[in-house]
Design a protein around this ligand. Structure first.
Ligand code: SF4
Length: 299
């Protein structure tokens, strides 16, 4: 296949509609900041994300403005990620023999986006991590994660966060048309929950993150919320503020346009958010309900 260059990344091929670049990363564990500063590090196996959600704040961290505009249509594979991770975890262990690193995977990509089915980079990183037993949080909206249950069940401290920002399939199709269906995500988290047997020396937890909460038709709310009984935590959050400056996280303009279709929700956004939250609290009384940053910690 023809090769071309984009900002120092050599294009090797395409995967679906995405251009695929391969690059060497300088580091793979990066200091966690902002809403995930509970953790020592973030880990992003890929750069870019094929899901291309309309509201994704991570687009702000694209290599250049052209790629930012083209968010969702490219992905960079960090070729040397496993090798670097091994070195970085070894270094941490030498310095902190009694304190496992805490890692949030991932902050600006989805570790289980479609290319993972071919590349299996996230899987290889898990194989490395399991030897060091970090405190690990995996954030994804992909049922592909279920393929790694054999490795996931070897972790001692793991939280799996499944992103499901709406209970209405039509809303999902409008705001994030390339992502897996709501039912596929619910099924994946349920499969993981029941496939990983309880053991008293192991702490494996499951969350659904409704972040940001997208419109959910009143007739879907109760049924959706009841399906969340399979997890131990539900996290909600309002929409990020709109931002267009590079390297500043914010909602993309694309989402602002889609929001106009849902004026029945956004004209009273705060009220609708609070009503949804009230439903969560009353219907899921045995489940931890957290808001915003507080919901992203391990504990
Ligand atoms: S899955 Fe996450 S990282 Fe990927 S485009 Fe959607 S919000 Fe952004």
């Amino acid at each position: 296949m023809a090769k071309s260059q984009s900002e120092g990344n050599s294009q090797q091929e395409s995967f679906g509609t995405a251009k695929v670049y391969i690059n060497n990363a300088q580091s793979i564990l990066n200091k966690a900041t902002g809403f995930i500063d509970y953790y020592d590090f973030t880990l992003n196996p890929y750069r870019g994300c094929q899901y291309g959600c309309s509201y994704c704040y991570a687009a702000a961290f694209s290599p250049n403005s052209k790629m930012r505009q083209d968010w969702g249509n490219w992905v960079i594979i960090k070729k040397n990620a496993v090798e670097i991770l091994e070195k970085e975890l070894q270094k941490w262990q030498n310095k902190n023999p009694d304190k496992p690193a805490s890692i949030y995977m991932s902050s600006v990509t989805d570790p289980y986006q479609p290319i993972e089915s071919k590349q299996m980079l996230t899987r290889s990183l898990l194989e490395t991590m399991v030897k060091y037993q970090p405190i690990l949080v995996i954030q994804t909206r992909s049922p592909l994660i279920a393929k790694d249950v054999d490795i996931l069940q070897q972790f001692q401290r793991l939280r799996i966060n499944m992103s499901i920002p709406t209970g209405s399939e039509q809303v999902r199709k409008d705001f994030e048309p390339r992502t897996p269906s709501i039912s596929a995500r619910l099924k994946a988290i349920e499969t993981l929950r029941y496939s990983i047997p309880y053991q008293k020396d192991r702490d494996i937890r499951f969350s659904v993150t409704i972040t940001p909460l997208l419109p959910t038709f009143p007739e879907h709310q109760i049924e959706f919320i009841r399906k969340l009984e399979i997890v131990d935590r539900v996290v909600i959050q309002e929409f990020h503020a709109t931002q267009t400056r590079s390297l500043v996280a914010g909602t993309r303009q694309e989402a602002e346009t889609i929001k106009q279709k849902y004026s029945w929700w956004y004209d009273n956004e705060r009220v609708n958010y609070l009503k949804f939250k009230e439903n969560l609290v009353s219907l899921l009384s045995d489940i931890e309900i957290k808001e915003g940053k507080e919901g992203f910690g391990f504990e």
